[in-house]
Design a binder for this molecule. Sequence first.
Ligand code: ADP
Length: 163
Amino acid sequence: MKSAIYPGTFDPMTYGHLDIIKRAANIFDEVIVSVLDNKEKTPLFSVDERVKILRDVTADIPNVKIESFGGLLSDYCSEKNIFVVVRGLRAVTDFEYELQMSQMNRKLSNNKLDTVYLNTSLKYSYLSSSSVKQIAQFNGDLSDFVPDFVAEMLIERLGKKNQ
Ligand code: ADP
């Protein structure tokens, strides 16, 4: 069975992430989407909330599992005995950071880990969790970017009347 891990912050997940998850699920037998519990970042949503959102939106994809992890991705992959990481590339601006991270992960895993990049579908190439949060601050229309229940959570937390 060929498995892959798709790690990320997913604060919150967007349709860009979901597109990568679905396409990865068509390529691999099993995809584990794993929410990074990064103590250096101050996310808007807790790890549990981000996991729950991802579980809700992927409930109909049988070969996708949602988990969370802290620490080094290379350690997490070794524990699970999975050595393929999936990441999404939106534009060349993502490339430098992704390349560096992939090479570092490969080194830390004694050359076991490989990173597979899926390029974004064009309609999501400009979409990021941070832009979605900025739009939510001004109660903007999020319907093309995140599921409705995520938009509601965003507006509730960031929207104008709540400031
Ligand atoms: P991280 O902090 O790990 O970059 P993100 O949640 O921002 O976490 O992104 C996780 C992964 O999803 C990254 O590989 C990122 O490039 C990819 N990604 C984010 N937004 C999109 C999008 N709109 N289309 C395709 N891939 C995306």
